[in-house]
Ligand binder design. Sequence first.
Ligand code: PGA
Length: 248
Amino acid sequence: MKRRIVAGNWKMNLVSDEVNELIKAIENADKPEGVELMVFPSSLFVAQVAQRTDKVVVGVQNLYHEANGAFTGEQSISQAKSVGAECTLIGHSERRELFNETNSLLKKKVDACLTNMLKFIFCCGEPLNIRKTGREADFVKQQLEESLFHLTKDQMKSVVIAYEPIWAIGTGETATSDQAESMHADIRSWIAEKYDEDTANNVAILYGGSCKPDNAKELFSCPNVDGGLIGGASLKAESFLAIAKAFE
Ligand code: PGA
């Protein structure tokens, strides 16, 4: 069955009390049927979120691929798992743009997750200048080829990809459902070419970038959109869950 996933990327927002309030509100609300909910708080709060809910999968926003050692400020997969993280984001555009994460570094993170059995959401997406010159498909394909397409078929089947056009992140400007569907369909066809149809159909592809309760229904009704990675609108339980309910 097709997976339906709504994931909240809280980025560097919320302090401890606010985290507790938000998770309590999510915990007390009705969970939409058939939708997997995930949240990505600051790593400082992963343990407290994991302890307070079993309604959502908790993950980290980033991690380092080495197992341990002198990497001040970084966190390893085993550390993340030891406080309850079940998943991580890899290659969010803010990591790529502000912290210079390259496709080859992200490949190492992908491999480390697979070795240590941590699920991940692999983020991809083009900046505005690339979209303006019509090269977005080549750009996104290269991100996937250089960080993901070395995986085996079985590994690929469990991957979740988030397509997040950078020009739509936090800007209020959402990709139209046609733009989202066109890129998602391309991503699925590249996976089918490299692997096969069955593998491509197993990969969940989420859309991210100013996804809100009022546009989620249209985006999620696209055949190749399997859910959303939500930034701003995931900071309130009401809007986060309204987006998840858009699947109903
Ligand atoms: P946004 O962020 O929903 O605030 O645009 C999405 C993301 O960066 O994952």
